[in-house]
Design a binder for this molecule. Sequence first.
Ligand code: COA
Length: 349
Amino acid sequence: MLSSKIGGIGFYVPEKVVTNHDLAKVMDTSDEWIQERTGIVERRYAERHKETTSTMGAAAAKIAIERAGITAKDVDFIIFATLSPDYYFPGSGVLLQRQMGMNGIGALDIRNQCSGFVYGLSIADQFVKSGMYKNVLLVGAEFHSCGLDFSTRGRNVTVIFGDGAGAVVIQPTEEEGKGILSTHLHADGDGAEKLAYMNPGSHAGVHVGTEKYGYPEQEFGGMFFTPKMFEDEDFFPNMEGQAVFKFAVQKFPEVIMEALESNGYKPSDLDLFVPHQANLRISQFVQARMGIPDDKVWNNIQKYGNTTAASIPIALCEAWEAGKVKEGDLVCLAAFGSGFTWGSALIRW
Ligand code: COA
């Protein structure tokens, strides 16, 4: 039976390095606090007026396409995962398509935040396994730094996130037992507002908590933004950090075990575990809980912060470039994030 595999992988991070000390100059935080709670030392910020989410995605895609041994003209479908797109609409997929001269093929944007890459991988896997497409370009890219609150009020969120992009080309393989073995996707909308960027949106007082924005009464039309949102500067992401942390440390091990057990494996069979880089403490907790040794886990949040949909492909690509992913290795990817959404993928490389 036809399976799908990662045929090429690439990543791009902007040049600008922003350290914890740099952030401490603009808000009340410290290198010690950030490192102790998250493991993050520095992150990258994209260059305003020059880079966008889709240009970073295209930079990563070019590398993935070349490594897959194809050209941009051979790509037959684009999946773009991001929560920080160039425009509210259309999606960043069509902008990447325009930049890369891949006009005419389908371009799908997905909004699954930190689980976006795993969700995208699952979609790409189905398209390739069914024989519908042969070269699906899956991109995860984020330009967080243009949507964060750099005052002390936003410090719990702002210190965590960084910019960057990762990309893979998903291709068919007929090699028995190789490629993407399975993917597992989950969501729980009860946690939707615990990690969210709600404005602008159509919520207009319908969801609990959104009444506070004061929507004017009018028969027709509406407003995504209200004056009160601007007065309160309520257009930044909000996060209940502890609730997110608790949910993550419960769901990560569950979904990793789901991937392993559905293929008849146990944690000790893994050659490499690449967790979504949300917080080094979450990764370490999960690793300890599952008894996975240090040399079988790839973490790079120290250098890049949490790059959401880009974090798994960036980490996987770095691990691959470092020779940590070899032919025949069993690799588990797992992600957790806003929604809440979570998921995993098991790959025989
Ligand atoms: N620098 C300094 N102090 C900070 C701070 C920062 N960047 N952010 C928050 N604080 C302060 C708080 O204001 C609070 O102060 P108070 O005690 O005077 O009220 C104190 O630190 C503790 O805040 P709390 O939110 O309880 O901290 P925490 O131990 O839960 O750590 C997180 C905060 C965000 C690091 C942690 O909750 C976390 O990592 N959660 C998961 C987040 C995540 O992974 N998100 C991405 C999911 S994909």
